[in-house]
Design a protein around this ligand. Structure first.
Ligand code: DGY
Length: 319
């Protein structure tokens, strides 16, 4: 029997799977586990099931010890894990791709609609108690039909967002490291372009690339200046892909029309300039936040953990 440390609260079906075969030490606190407590708990663990709020770095791996075999992140993004440090120590790192595609694409489409149709502004207006009435020019937004959606990062979530946007009558262009499957490109009518062209021609830009050194501040002042002043930026990927200060300035100066953000540079902090703006919709990292999706993510992380502990190939290793 191995010892598994779970760094935060996860849905019960995942814990049941783990407990059926191993000893499980799961953090039950409603707040995130403190770093000090985590360093203490991982000592002697054979497996760590981690949440994206926990940093898995050399210090933590060494605190766990040489018997550690697997770090199973309950997230598709793994910028919280130092993967080379895991590899150096012979620790397998896994993530949860696939199971959160639809939930995240739904939130991307939701943010596109909230931003372009000014739904957040309308909601805030009513809640503020201010007088309002229907008016020909009251809170006019922008239609999606016939507009161009530029997708940055055309993996599963990017493609699912494109599929939804196509149903709303949008044209799709994308920027990606490689061409997507030609059959999918044909189904979506999607054309691959360079990032600068995508920024220049899109009415909505939606970010779906992974975060890492290559994508840090991929969208900064220079890139925002390429966008149309009627365009919108949506980010459901990772906060630091966008330079938040530059985005706030672009929004304030009307360089772009609006934005929808599910992720932030220094979560849970939000740049104070963004908080002052009406033309940005802000939601607190809800991309995968459905009961079904979070359960599927946690169960996949449990399956990854159990496979490695059995000496088998896990379903979704980080390559
Ligand atoms: C992920 O899985 O990376 C998401 O950001 C979690 O919601």
């Amino acid at each position: 029997m191995s010892r598994i440390v779970v760094t935060g609260r996860v849905p019960e079906p995942a814990l049941q799977k783990l407990r059926a075969e191993h000893e499980v030490d799961a953090w039950e606190g409603s707040d995130s586990i403190s770093r000090q407590e985590l360093l203490r708990r991982v000592a002697g663990a054979d497996a760590i099931v981690s949440l994206l709020t926990e940093r898995i770095d050399p210090e933590l791996l060494d605190a766990a010890g040489p018997q550690l075999k697997v770090v199973a992140n309950v997230a598709v993004g793994y910028d919280n894990i130092d993967v080379p440090a895991c590899t150096e120590r012979g620790v397998v790192a896994t993530n949860t791709p696939g199971v959160l595609i639809d939930a995240t694409a739904d939130i991307a489409l939701g943010l596109i609609l909230m931003a372009t149709r000014r739904l957040g502004e309308g909601e805030r207006l009513i809640r503020s108690g201010q007088a309002w009435k229907w008016g020909m020019f009251f809170l006019l937004g922008s239609s999606l039909q016939g507009k161009t959606l530029g997708i940055v990062g055309m993996g599963g979530i990017g493609q699912a967002t494109a599929r939804r946007a196509k149903a709303f009558g949008m044209e799709i262009v994308y920027q990606s490291r490689s061409e997507i499957d030609p059959a999918i490109a044909a189904e979506l009518g999607a054309r691959r372009v360079e990032l600068d062209e995508l920024l220049t021609i899109s009415d909505v830009v939606s970010l779906h690339c992974p975060y890492g050194p290559a994508t840090h501040h991929l969208i900064g002042a220079e890139q925002l200046s390429l966008m149309k002043d009627s365009a919108y930026l949506v980010n459901t990927a990772r906060g630091p892909i966008v330079d938040e200060a530059a985005l706030a300035l672009a929004l304030r100066e009307g360089q772009i029309a609006g934005a929808g953000l599910d992720v932030f540079e220094q979560e849970p902090k939000v740049h104070p300039w963004l908080l002052e703006l009406e033309n940005v919709t802000l939601v607190p990292h809800l991309g995968s936040a459905t009961v079904e999706t979070r359960t599927a993510m946690a169960v996949l992380a449990a399956d990854n953990t159990l496979a490695v502990l059995k000496g088998e190939q896990p379903p979704t290793p980080i390559s």
